[in-house]
Write a protein that binds this ligand. Structure first.
Ligand code: GLV
Ligand code: MN
Ligand code: MN
Length: 419
């Protein structure tokens, strides 16, 4: 294999990163509101396409609202894809997703400038709705490309204001029913590498500059719907109280310590909707949404089954019924062994320390990795904070990650075809 060296333009990366960081800030100054299908998220996509066009890349988008930019070469061969997402969670940070997209732009700039002879195209991806809190449809853009979207769930999706996903997409001239057609481009992807902040504390604590991700956690989000009887908070006799909030609270109190005692498993009670939500009313209707994660599919299954059983057990004495619905399901995904090695080899060449980590956050690489080779590069996150306005990584750490992505991509792009 020939050894090709590329060198990123730090000023280009930092300038582009600051441009993206100006889009979608919350007016309070507390983080970002680039939620999927918001005006701010779509503006970020327009910014990305303009920036890529300025580099002379071929810009296109698909039926899922994903944006792409190709550095053309050997167009008959499938492209090496790199990138991330441009949406944020509510009050999210500037780095989750945006870093990987801007890092991919800087990688394309470096590879283009290097004059290397590429064996295939390089494709930058900016995926739609990776995060999912608005419609419960996380990883939507990459699932559409992978062909693994559950159209029944997507058709039912609506936000808390009652806007359906179909209506939200229509505002940007996209038809929800066309989503499956995004998978038509999939054969044109060779594989995918995503650059991302770690979002946890391990690299910072270990003083390690980068990591090659070995596997991405599975995620199952479960909605528990407790139905009791709405009634007066003062006059209802104690034996007759069918308080759905109490059953939800007891589920949290019983299931959480069980999770604490398990290896390779986390579970988060993250969202609750109480009806009618007044102190002097016994609430008869409560929805409690959980996020359960494990890189081990058996542990994940066991935990979700146990959660549902606990909810039913604690509800029975209160004469409350429970219905469980899994509304987001992403199986665990190992990264491609050879591509993990490619990241490690590039890190060794750059003399960067490089850890091996499991990702406890979900990523588009975990969706695409089920249908094509995939790898991920992590850099340290300050204090391990993410999905919060305090999310931060230093410029030096970001530039390390971009240099590692550029080197890995250059190595893979100049590999001679085996076939
Ligand atoms: C996405 O960032 C997730 O891990 O929920
Ligand atoms: Mn992300
Ligand atoms: Mn995220």
């Amino acid at each position: 294999m020939t050894v090709s060296t590329v060198s990123i333009d730090s000023a280009f990366f930092l300038q582009a990163f600051s441009e993206l960081a100006a889009i979608g800030r919350d007016p309070s100054g507390q983080g970002y509101q680039r939620l999927a299908w918001s005006e701010a998220e779509r503006e970020a996509h327009r910014w990305f396409r303009d920036r890529a066009q300025q580099l002379g890349l071929t810009v296109w988008s698909d039926a899922a609202g994903n944006s792409f930019a190709d550095l053309e070469s050997q167009a008959h061969r499938p492209a090496l894809a790199i990138g991330s997402h441009l949406d944020t969670v509510p009050y999210g940070g500037a780095y989750d997703g945006g870093y990987g997209v801007v890092g991919a732009l800087a990688t394309a700039e470096a590879i283009q400038r290097s004059g290397l002879k590429l064996a295939r195209p390089l494709r930058i991806c900016a995926f739609t709705d990776e995060e999912g809190p608005r419609f419960g449809t996380g990883l939507l853009g990459s699932k559409a490309v992978a062909g693994t979207l559950d159209m029944e769930l997507v058709r039912r999706a609506q936000d808390r204001q009652g806007t359906t996903l179909k209506e939200a997409m229509a505002r940007f001239d996209l038809d929800l029913e066309d989503l499956p057609s995004a998978a038509q481009t999939q054969p044109n992807f060779w594989g995918y590498i995503e650059l991302h902040i770690e979002q946890g504390p391990r690299l910072e604590q270990r003083h390690i500059r980068t990591a090659a991700v070995t596997a991405i956690t599975g995620i199952r989000q479960v909605s528990l719907h407790f139905v009791g009887k709405t009634n007066h908070a003062g006059t209802t006799p104690k034996p007759d109280r069918r308080n759905a909030l109490r059953a939800a609270a007891e589920t949290i109190a019983r299931f959480s310590p069980w999770v604490d005692g398990q290896e390779e498993l986390v579970a988060n009670p993250g969202q609750i909707t109480v009806h009618p939500n007044a102190a002097n009313v016994v609430p008869g209707d409560v929805r409690l949404d959980w996020d359960v994660r494990s890189p081990d599919p058996i542990r994940l299954n066991t935990a979700v089954q146990h959660l549902m059983a606990v909810a039913e057990d604690v509800s029975r004495p209160f004469h409350i019924t429970v219905e469980s619905q899994i509304f987001h399901d992403v199986p665990p995904c190992p990264m491609h062994r050879d591509w993990v090695e490619a990241v490690q080899t590039a890190a060794d060449r750059l003399q960067f320390s490089c850890d091996r980590l499991v990702s406890w956050a979900g990523h588009d690489a975990g969706v695409l990795g089920r249908v094509m080779p995939a790898a991920m590069i992590f850099i340290p996150s300050r204090a391990g904070v993410s999905h919060a306005p305090e999310e931060y990584s230093t410029d030096e750490a970001m530039l390390d990650g971009v240099q590692l992505l550029a080197q890995t991509a250059a190595d893979l792009l100049t590999q001679e075809e085996k076939s």
